[in-house]
Design a protein. Structure first.
Length: 94
């Protein structure tokens, strides 16, 4: 995963794919009771401590066929970078 600057906009590149389009569905919020920051899916209000958690949620739940990640060691394909990472840890632990 990398962040690149394009003009005044930050672009999140994950698995070689531009995920900027997903940012419109993510709100950064602050909890009123303990001042912790979290991220929220503005489609279903799912919360996560890290932005990548909501990006993964959006990829797998709301836009399941929009992104794909291929394992470089076998022919497996996954809907999120997190699923690919878990697959590699279980099946290709080098």
């Amino acid at each position: 995963m990398s962040h690149q600057k394009c003009g005044s906009q930050n672009i999140l590149i994950v698995g070689g794919q531009d995920h900027t389009v997903l940012f419109q569905y993510i709100d950064k919020k602050t909890s009123s009771d303990n001042d912790t920051t979290y991220f929220e899916c503005n489609i279903c209000l799912k919360k996560g401590a890290q932005k990548i958690q909501i990006v993964t949620h959006l990829q797998t739940v709301h836009f399941p066929d929009s992104f794909s990640y291929n394992c470089e060691f076998c022919e497996a394909t996954f809907r999120s970078q997190n699923s690919l990472r878990q697959h590699k840890l279980r099946n290709h632990p080098f």
